[in-house]
Design a protein around this ligand. Structure first.
Ligand SMILES: [Zn+2]
Length: 309
């Protein structure tokens, strides 16, 4: 009786993973879809569902980089507040160096810019960030290794500004590393290092985070889940925090056959807290990754977190 020998938590875990796998297969047949779920307090993997080659390959992140760009700006200005900016309508209906949202987002606070993932806002921020400060931030959050940051340092400024905005193939890193980088924003600065999805988690160090900066990022990610690009991640009545990203494998193309979508969604109200990182390819980018992240959080609540704080 192999089943009888297993503990109820083990059975619950299997039921949870089977349930979530069925949901993913039903929603995204014949596409690549993956989810990583991490515990906020320990950095431990609550679940990782997806193809091994996806989870073990370095990937570009699109706009998931934006909170780290904001932190690099604050570090380089010894500032505690982020500026406001204006996102005007696109000229001749072309995206160019402007925003993916062609009508323009108008006047934006940082929180609104993060919630709506405004490229114009972050491209403006990028002009005022010394590349070394951005690269230092990437290394300190373990998004890239020191050697990779040194090779990025030789890129022309315009390419680095695109990287800070969320365009292009760099920086690229393993999904587990980006998930851990976001975890830092929600567990009072504790960075867990893990090279592989099944590797050991080591709380390597605590990163000092300016409380006002983290509060602004939390407000922006909450707004994203309410009215921004992450709103489709809200699959239940409980509050969450979200950030989305879309990467085109063919630069400049918005054709769904080229788009990779990402969404980070965080549930801090559930016991101990959990973070979901979801990925869908091909498809409509973040628009499809967001509901997947939300379904992962809802399924987690249903199966593994019966005790809500
Ligand atoms: Zn915009």
């Amino acid at each position: 009786m192999a089943l009888a020998a297993e503990s109820p938590p083990g059975l619950l875990q299997k039921a949870f993973e089977a349930n979530l796998s069925r949901l993913i297969a039903g929603l995204f047949p014949e596409r690549m879809a993956a989810v990583i779920l991490l515990h906020l307090d320990s950095g431990g993997v609550a679940a990782s569902l997806g193809l091994p080659f996806f989870l073990e390959s370095a990937r570009p992140w699109g706009s998931l980089i934006k909170p780290f760009t904001a932190l690099a700006y604050l570090a380089s200005h010894a500032a505690t507040e982020l500026p406001q900016a204006i996102c005007p309508p696109a000229v001749n209906g072309r995206e160019g160096e402007g925003c993916w949202y062609l009508p323009g987002h108008g006047a934006l606070t940082f929180e609104q810019a993060l919630a709506h993932s405004c490229n114009r806002y972050f491209h403006r921020l990028a002009q005022d960030i010394p590349p070394e400060d951005f690269l230092r931030t990437l290394v300190s959050f373990n998004i890239v290794e020191q050697e990779e940051s040194l090779s990025m340092a030789s890129l022309p400024d315009d390419q680095l500004h695109k990287a800070m905005t969320g365009y292009g193939r760099l920086p690229a890193s393993l999904p587990i590393r980006m998930a851990h980088a976001y975890l830092v924003l929600f567990n009072r600065g504790l960075l867990f290092r893990s090279g592989q999805i099944d590797g050991p988690n080591r709380a390597s160090r605590r990163i000092y985070l300016e409380p006002s900066a983290i509060a602004a990022i939390w407000r922006g990610m909450r707004l994203s889940s309410l009215e921004g690009t992450g709103r489709q991640a809200r699959q239940g009545s409980f509050p969450i925090y979200t950030k989305t990203g879309t990467h085109s494998r063919k630069p400049g193309s918005h054709n769904p056959s080229h788009l990779e979508g990402w969404c980070v969604a965080v549930d801090t109200d559930v016991s101990a807290g959990v973070l979901a990182l979801a990925y869908v390819y091909p498809g409509r980018g973040a628009t499809e990754a967001a509901p997947l992240a939300g379904i992962a959080l809802t399924t987690y609540r249903r199966w593994l977190a019966p005790q809500i704080q």
